[in-house]
Structures are given as C-alpha cells and as structure tokens.
Design a protein around this ligand. Structure first.
Ligand SMILES: NC(=O)c1ccc[n+]([C@@H]2O[C@H](COP(=O)([O-])OP(=O)(O)OC[C@H]3O[C@@H](n4cnc5c(N)ncnc54)[C@H](OP(=O)(O)O)[C@@H]3O)[C@@H](O)[C@H]2O)c1
Length: 340
C-alpha cells in the first residue's frame, strides 16, 4: 500500500510502499479514503522524546517503548472497514467509519491506504448525510474544540480570546463558542475578518505586526481583561504568559502547546492559573461531532484537498505556518462521497 512515513531517524516524511497491516484480535482494518493534517503529525516527528527525529535517535537504542520505523504519519482518517480481526466486533466489513489512530504503530498511521485500529479506539460510524471527506477533518480539531470549550466553561455573554483562531481548532472553536452566545475575539495573522466573522467571531484582531500588537487591541475593548483565553499557538512560556495577562481576575487561561506548566514554573504568571489542555478523544464525542455537522450546527472549512503524495510538502508548509481551516489528503481518488 502507499503511505507517507518517516523511515529513519534522520528522515523527513516521504511516500513509500508498505505491506497492508493485518488486523489483530479486536481490531478492524480500514481502507482509508481521506486523511486530515494536524500539526501533531509533524510535531511528533520532530519530538525528541518520540525517538523519530535526529535528536531522538539515541532514545531508540535504550527505550523499548519508543516508536520504530517506518513510522506512518497521521492520526485522523475516514474510510470503510475492509477486514475485521478475530473476536466480537461492533463493526462490519463495508461500514463507513472515521476516527483517530490512538497510538500510531509501525505501519499504522493515517497517511496510508489502510490502517488497523482497535474497535475500542476513538472510531465511529459516519452517519448518513456526512461525507467521508468532512468526517476525516473532524476527529482531532473537532474533539479539541469541544473539550476546550468545556474546560473554559465560557457561556452566554462571556468574552473569549482565541489566539490562532483561523486554523483547524480555531475554526471549530469560534463556531461552537459563538453558537453558545460567547463573544469571540479572534487573534489571527493577516486580514481574516471576513472568514472569521462568517464563523461567528465578534471581532478579528490582526496580530501580524508582532506580539505586542495584541495586548493593545484587547485592552482597548476590554480594559479589565477577557473572561477566557484559548492560546492555540504560543509554545514559549513568555508568550503564553503575556496572553494570560489579558485575562481578568477569576477568568480562565488555556494553552494547547504545553506552555502553562513551563510559565508557572518560571513564575511568569500574573493572571489565573494556566490550564494545560490534553486531548481525550472518544467514539461518543465523534458521534456528537458528526451529528452536529449533519444538523448544520457547524461547518467544516476544508481549505485544501490534496493527493497523498503532496503530504510531505503540506506538512512542511504547516510547520512554517499559515494554516487556514483544514487540509485533507485523498487516498482513494474517485471513490466518491459517502452520504448514507
Ligand atoms: N494539547 C493537546 O492535547 C492538543 C490537541 C490538539 C491540538 N494541539 C495543538 O494545538 C495547536 C493548534 O492546532 P490546530 O489544529 O488549530 O493548528 P493549525 O490548523 O495549524 O492552526 C494554527 C493557526 O495558528 C495561526 N498562528 C500561528 N502563529 C500565530 C500567532 N502568533 N498569532 C495568531 N495566529 C497564529 C496559524 O496561521 P498563521 O501562521 O498564518 O498565523 C494557523 O491559522 C497545534 O500546535 C496542535 O498540535 C494540542
């Protein structure tokens, strides 16, 4: 099968030929039609602790838990069950499914023509009326947006500042929050006013002039601070702490980049205690997301639909920045859309 994988510790993701992964007991094998890009896909390859990057190479020698090679990139997918492993299963051959690969194993990521996943992992049936393309774009960013909104506890009349609002999570979070009556301040780079206001943002702040442009713009409309912050971009604890300082006393500040503990450790915080968000995907939440899309409660902005062979380029592009909405890869050209 065709797949995009990191094949060696010094390697970049590349298109390779691999054997199809046979489903083990309790697993199903899915013939993937679409996979979606998430920053996690390249972040994992860059993470020394994952043992996939040049820096991580020494870890491969000493730690048995470390990922081997080839490491097939990607976690989000949609396709059809093509084989069911031994044991009872909640799926049948031919079922349209979407989901998130919990722990990619050799030969088992989403940027491939086939993946084998445990039936108890976050996978769900694609309901009638939802295309496999749209379903593939939901698992990571959609789950994150729902869980971030719950963690923030923001409701009617609250003001939520989203930094990095034009990307995957931000596009969903803006819609979910504004549907709940939350006033969204969308911090983006570039003139994205039209896009963000269609998604429901009350105000769009262009911060491409530099990090110092955001505090001034926020304080102008919210001198006492916003009620909640979802920082989807700041890796440096100093940058996250600067955004946290824009949250009012008693508000909530959340980061998806693990910057909270680091900022706390360095006593950089002047605002509320930071929340370090951790994704907890589940099949139930996937069902809820699919239902929300089919009912028209929110839209899935897919800005790029690319063939699998463009994935290495797209990963490099996402690492460099500039994501808008979601990017999906087509694994089976001409398979058509599942609509029920
Ligand atoms: N902790 C967890 O469990 C968890 C779960 C899911 C995702 N995440 C992480 O959350 C992050 C966001 O995910 P995503 O899927 O939304 O990523 P994405 O689709 O790549 O979007 C990121 C967005 O941030 C924008 N951006 C970057 N720097 C910015 C800045 N300084 N100011 C304003 N906007 C900026 C980017 O556009 P420009 O470059 O044009 O500005 C892009 O629109 C990723 O790092 C991901 O790995 C963490």
């Amino acid at each position: 099968m065709r797949a995009v994988a990191v094949t060696a510790p010094l390697g970049e993701p590349m298109l390779v030929e691999l054997p199809k992964p046979d489903p083990e007991m309790g697993e199903v094998r899915v013939r993937i039609e679409y996979a979606a890009l998430n920053p996690y896909d390249w972040q994992r390859a860059d993470d020394p602790a994952a043992g996939l990057s040049p820096q991580g190479f020494p870890h491969v020698q000493g730690f048995p838990h470390v990922q081997g090679f080839p490491h097939v990139v990607g976690v989000d997918f949609a396709g059809r069950v093509d084989m069911v492993g031994r044991g009872p299963s909640r799926f049948r051959v031919g079922d349209p499914v979407f989901g998130r690969v919990a722990h990619p194993s050799p030969g088992g990521g989403a940027y491939a023509e086939y993946v084998s996943v445990h039936q108890d992992s976050p996978i769900a049936l694609v309901p009638s009326g939802l295309s496999l393309k749209v379903a593939a774009a939901l698992p990571t960013a959609g789950t994150a947006a729902c869980q971030i909104l719950a963690a923030l506890g923001a409701g009617e009349g609250d003001c939520l500042l989203i930094v990095g609002a034009a990307g995957g999570i931000g596009s969903y979070l803006t819609q979910l929050a504004s549907a709940r009556g939350v006033r969204v301040l969308a911090a983006v780079r570039g003139d994205e006013r039209r896009r963000m206001s269609i998604l429901g943002a009350a105000r769009t702040l262009d911060v491409s002039a530099g990090p110092e442009s955001l505090p001034a713009a926020v304080r102008e409309s919210h001198p006492h601070g916003v009620d909640a912050l979802a920082d989807l971009v700041s890796e440096a604890p100093e940058a996250f702490a600067a955004h946290t300082a824009l949250v009012r006393d008693g508000g909530v500040a959340l980061t998806t980049r693990g910057a909270g503990a680091k900022a706390g450790n360095r006593a950089l915080h002047t605002g509320p205690p930071p929340v370090d968000f951790r994704l907890a995907p589940s099949a139930l939440l996937l069902d809820a997301l699919a239902a929300a899309v089919t009912s028209g409660a929110f839209v899935v902005p897919i800005d790029f639909e690319l063939p699998l062979e463009k994935a290495p380029e797209a990963l490099a592009q996402n690492r460099a920045g500039g994501a808008r909405g979601k990017t999906v890869f087509v694994l089976r050209p001409g398979a058509g859309h599942h609509t029920g």
